[in-house]
Design a protein. Structure first.
Length: 367
């Protein structure tokens, strides 16, 4: 696996904002460029990820050594060439070059591009324009046939040596690496891109969003014969929670809160008390809910969790539980709050015979 992934994030993005470069604006609770870095790392398809930025000092320390952070140039093509020169020493076979302003590509697209590079020297995803196209020449307006027009996307994939030689000898300022091949009449393998893989250029591109809230609640009795799981974390305690599953009240309340926010009924609809789900671990119940959330372009803004019990003391296990939830949901720890509440010895909870949990979640839908 001698593949390299270059992310170009050194532009000023003046059409987006004059205050700061757009790659540092928050989108789905991450800075725009972080989506591309995280997906490339998660894919495990690349020997190194190269992030080309205007301010390496601002970003260094966030990622593991296999993420190389370098300073870019004045123009996009300058940044691209700087990155290619930097990785030449590693003798890459394939290189994918991507605009940080396209955060919504899928790992499936990365695999598709790399597969095509087994048979081609350049692979470029494209999409068909939806609007009618015109062009102006000498004060006259002409129609362009949509069926003969294409919109190129990134990431674009290349055999490294082929791309490096073209970039090194190109004198014109090109808008993408595919243009190097077009200018020299070299063959490009075009593949179908992804409709969600749009380039964020203007603020309106990320402002078309709605925020929803959901509330979840769960309560289970404590029994001696079960292990105690809270937020997916095994907690050392003399009793566990009785239930058809592992009885994890935190994850159950989170699931119900999410389902409420996206208006998809409740946890019992998806995980009834049937033989199929007997003794199921709650992380397995949470995973398809989160997967569906991501596929539907929802993003969690924050979780506020109240764990209601006399024992065990929440403060002792708070950090471990938050880390577990963060890993299970791929959610930044800073977006998760966990509070412990007692009921002043009242009722079943007060007698240490039950534990309850309530959760409020805020979710944003990006269209």
């Amino acid at each position: 696996m001698n593949n390299y992934f270059i992310i170009l994030a050194a532009g000023l993005g003046k059409r987006f904002s004059k205050k700061k470069p757009k790659q540092y604006f928050l989108y789905k609770n991450k800075e725009l460029f972080e989506h591309s870095v995280d997906k490339a790392i998660k894919s495990k398809l690349f020997k190194k990820v190269v992030l080309v930025t205007d301010n390496p000092k601002k970003i260094r320390g966030r990622y593991l050594p296999n993420v190389l952070i370098i300073k870019g140039g004045k123009e996009r093509c300058d940044s691209s060439l700087i990155a290619l020169k930097r990785i030449k020493r590693y003798r890459p076979n394939n290189v994918l070059i991507h605009d940080a302003a396209r955060p919504n590509f899928s790992i499936r697209l990365l695999k598709k591009i790399l597969k095509e590079l087994n048979y081609n020297k350049s692979v470029v995803p494209i999409s068909k324009p939806k609007d009618s196209l015109k062009y102006k020449f000498r004060n006259q307006i002409f129609n362009l046939k949509r069926e003969n027009s294409y919109l190129s996307q990134t990431p674009q994939g290349f055999k490294f040596n082929e791309l490096y030689n073209l970039a090194l000898n190109e004198k014109d300022k090109v808008s993408d690496e595919a243009s190097l091949f077009v200018n020299r009449n070299k063959k490009i393998k075009f593949i179908t891109g992804e409709s969600k893989n749009i380039k964020i250029t203007f603020k309106e591109d990320i402002e078309n969003q709605k925020t929803y809230f959901g509330i979840g609640f769960d309560l289970h009795k404590l029994i001696k014969s079960k292990k105690l799981y809270l937020g997916g974390e095994k907690i050392p305690f003399h009793s566990g929670l009785k239930g058809h599953s592992d009885g994890d009240v935190i994850l159950h309340a989170i699931i119900d809160a999410i389902l409420g926010a996206i208006r998809k009924k409740d946890i019992g609809t998806y995980f009834p008390n049937s033989k199929k789900f007997k003794n199921i671990r709650s992380p397995k119940m949470l995973k398809p809910i989160i997967d569906n959330l991501n596929k539907s372009n929802f993003s969690i803004n924050n979780l506020d969790i109240n764990l209601i019990c006399e024992q065990p003391k929440v403060s002792k296990y708070r950090d471990k539980i938050i880390s577990s939830i963060s890993n299970l949901m791929s959610l930044n720890k800073d977006l998760i709050n966990l509070k412990g509440k007692t009921v002043e010895k009242l009722g079943l909870i007060g007698k240490e015979k039950a534990i309850a949990c309530e959760v409020i979640v805020s979710i944003t839908k990006y269209d």
